[in-house]
Design a protein around this ligand. Structure first.
Ligand code: PGA
Length: 255
């Protein structure tokens, strides 16, 4: 049995209305199950909150799971406009993206709040997809490893080993997200190996190879294969290219 987990996650961000989203999700669902791509790749669609209940109900096949893109840092109560981990669970979603760079940079989310979100997701049996990534300035200053270590250690790598096994890490260099500029396969591999080493150091009794580490940042059909064949890259968290069935399926075929 192959040990290396493989995951292709689409992050729709704030795109599609409900009707468009339902059409996109059901077309992907049918394609995934009809196509000859590697059957061991798990597919996750991270859709807007407004689409979660409909889309989880729409998925016919077991290969496609649905994720939220964020959740509240609080359990419940007077937090107008927020959506809790328990609510996400209640509509049948299995995963939630936490700490995406757009949340960190546009909405100013800090490591401490992200830690609370991770804990609330796990409490409510929602699996976190925890994102980390350095900015261009941080990379230019040679600080990328330090930044990633801090993001992971302050918000994520405190969780129990059995919870880590159900979670996903996504490395998304901020300078590569939505810019068309991808980390080279070597740059991505280096960081993924570093993250895996951090996991192995913290969790001595766990096989770090079992933890999925996804690459995100302008992954497309024409660069997916080179990225995916790196030993420490377990898949992709794909933004722009997940909004078109053809490009998403082409990335799936690159596994
Ligand atoms: P991108 O987005 O593929 O459009 O760069 C990735 C992400 O933000 O998750």
């Amino acid at each position: 049995m192959e040990l290396k987990p493989k995951i292709l996650a689409g992050n729709w961000k704030m795109n599609t209305d409900l009707q468009e989203g339902m059409k996109l999700a059901s077309t992907i669902d049918k394609w995934v199950n009809g196509c000859t791509a590697d059957p061991h790749v798990r597919i996750i669609l991270a859709v807007p909150f407004t689409h979660l209940a409909e889309i989880t109900g729409l998925m016919d096949y077991r290969r496609v799971s649905v994720a939220a893109q964020n959740c509240a840092a609080f359990e419940k109560g007077a937090y107008t406009g927020e959506v809790s981990a328990a609510m996400i669970k209640s509509v049948g979603a299995h995963y939630c993206i936490i700490g995406h760079s757009e949340r960190r940079h546009v909405f100013n989310e800090k490591n401490e709040a992200l830690k609370a979100k991770v804990d609330l997701c796990l409490k409510h049996a929602v699996r976190p997809i925890f994102c980390c990534g350095e900015t261009l300035d941080e990379r230019k200053a040679g600080k990328q490893n330090e930044v990633i270590r801090e993001q992971l250690e302050t918000s994520f790598l405190h969780i129990a080993p059995e919870d880590l096994k159900r979670s996903i890490i996504a490395y998304e260099p901020v300078w590569a997200i939505g810019t068309g500029e991808t980390a080279s396969p070597e740059q991505a591999q280096q960081m993924h190996a570093f993250i895996r080493k951090l996991v192995a150091e913290k969790y001595e009794n766990l096989n770090a190879q079992e933890i999925p580490i996804l690459y995100g940042g302008s992954m497309k059909p024409d660069n997916a294969e080179d990225l995916l064949k790196q030993p420490d890259i377990n898949g992709g968290l794909v933004g722009g290219a997940s909004l078109k069935v053809e490009s998403f399926i082409d990335i799936l075929k690159a596994f």
